[in-house]
Write a protein that binds this ligand. Structure first.
Ligand code: EPU
Length: 419
């Protein structure tokens, strides 16, 4: 199993390009199921989760062809409207195939994802929403069995704000008869990116990015070409790394407009940030007192993203005072705390709040990655710890970050992959 070894204490300097967004790519790959015509995607990130989704689609009969950096998917026919347990257990986002399969094939069998490291994560809203659109759903031996000759447009109010739930229902509704109105919908930029792709395929959608999305069903969708939006969480992770290590870093191919809550917190924490429409420059002079402790609370978009909570905690471990970090989206997303403590951090967890008292320095040690964003937090902690930090189980990191050690090395970090 690969590990990462990091020698901390180097300020970061230089420029890196940010990849396409994992959490936009995964639903958009599933959108290919909605049409027999080819869907060509640009800026698809090279990630293990993207490979897993491609292999799931391929099992269903979707052809994929790579050419000049783009990928064309053709779901001329869907042979197998099935997402088996073996796939869903490695990647929960496989649930995103449910809506498109049901809309296109009139049936789908998708394994229930079950809990995962960061929380219970039920999919009841996905199921309730499809039932509201007329689907017959049975839960059978851990599988969702869904049937609908044709889905019927409906008004559905989400009980909880869910990103993939909103995406699943929005995709399903594109081929329904009549109009679907999704209320209390998630507003994440990835939902807007998916809607843009669906609209290019002929879908009639308004309101994506607000909490009320209206989808007028059409009989068929057609082929299209779409470029995946930049990954705002990868962007935020590099910003948090630069805040922590200090230095002067420019990020290219980004969308600063999708990161306002994160940028505000970084500025409060002592970063000097300049944004242009597709670039961000972050500077912080390393030195005592220049890193400020902040309070933050994760919220659905446009609030501070849960997917950035762990990465921001890393610099807070050596900030000037006490940071208070509250996680409100997932019930078990503080697993990085015990690993940060191994590096010498002073953190107490009370309920879903971490109280992080800044210490003078972290010291390198061997730590274990427990989930994707917790791993990114440990990488950042390794960049500031004195001596060597070794991060075990980095397969979590490879699910969602493209060549992270190469990109950090290009900024001067002393980081290497150990087989
Ligand atoms: N929830 C329910 N019922 C549902 C669906 C969700 O109770 O039917 C609850 C969840 O248990 C959770 C909350 O609602 O407490 C929000 O979950 P959501 O459904 O929004 O999460 P998700 O769609 O499964 C996506 C991202 C996650 C990200 C969350 C929150 C993808 C593929 N995944 O997950 O990304 O943390 O939204 O923003 O888009 C990551 O990239 O590291 C990651 C975990």
């Amino acid at each position: 199993m690969d590990k990462l070894a990091i020698e901390g204490g180097v300020a970061l300097k230089g420029e890196v390009s940010i990849s396409g967004a994992k959490n936009a790519a995964l639903p958009i790959l599933c959108a290919a199921l909605l049409t027999p015509e080819p869907l060509t995607l640009d800026n698809l990130p090279q990630l293990n989760d993207v490979r897993t989704m491609r292999s799931l689609l391929s099992q269903m009969g979707v052809r994929a062809e790579a050419h000049n950096g783009a990928l064309t998917l053709s779901a001329k026919q869907v042979d197998w409207p099935l997402a088996p347990y073996e796939m869903v257990k490695t990647m929960r986002a496989s649930i995103l195939a449910l809506g498109p399969l049901l809309a296109r094939c009139g049936e789908a069998r998708v394994s229930l994802p079950g809990g995962c490291a960061i929380g219970l994560r039920p999919v009841d809203q996905h199921i309730k929403g499809l039932q509201a659109m007329g689907a017959e759903i049975d839960l059978d031996h851990g599988y969702i069995d869904a049937k609908a000759t044709r889905l019927i447009g409906a008004r559905f109010v989400f009980d909880v704000i869910t990103v993939t739930g909103t995406e699943n229902l929005m995709m399903a509704a594109t081929l329904a008869s009549g109009t679907t109105v999704l209320e209390n919908a998630a507003r994440e930029p990835e939902i807007v990116d998916l809607a843009d792709c669906l609209i290019a395929m002929g879908a009639r959608i308004t309101g994506a990015g607000s909490d009320r999305i209206v989808i007028e069903g059409v009989a068929t969708l057609h082929g299209a070409r779409h470029a995946i939006m930049p990954d705002r969480i990868e962007t935020g992770t590099f910003l948090a790394a630069a805040l922590a290590a200090g230095g002067d870093v420019s990020l290219a191919a980004v969308r600063p407009d999708t990161l306002e809550a994160v940028i505000d917190k970084l500025v409060e924490a002592g970063a000097d940030i300049v944004t242009e429409p597709t670039r961000i420059r972050i500077r912080r002079e390393p030195g005592p007192g220049s890193l400020k402790s902040v309070a933050l609370r994760t919220m659905p978009y446009p609030g501070f993203p849960t997917d950035m909570q762990a990465q921001l905690m890393a610099p807070m471990t050596v900030a000037d005072d006490t940071a208070v970090i509250t996680e409100t989206i997932f019930e078990n997303r503080m697993m990085h705390v015990q690993e940060l403590k191994r590096l010498g951090a002073d953190i107490e967890v009370e309920g879903n709040t971490a109280i992080v008292k800044g210490v003078r320095a972290l010291t390198g040690a061997t730590v274990m990655a427990t989930d994707l964003r917790a791993s990114a937090c440990l990488v950042i902690a390794g960049l500031i710890a004195e001596g060597e930090t070794v991060i075990d189980r980095i397969y979590h990191l490879d699910r969602g970050y493209e060549r992270i050690e190469e990109k950090l090395s290009a900024l001067g970090a002393r980081i290497r992959r150990v087989a």
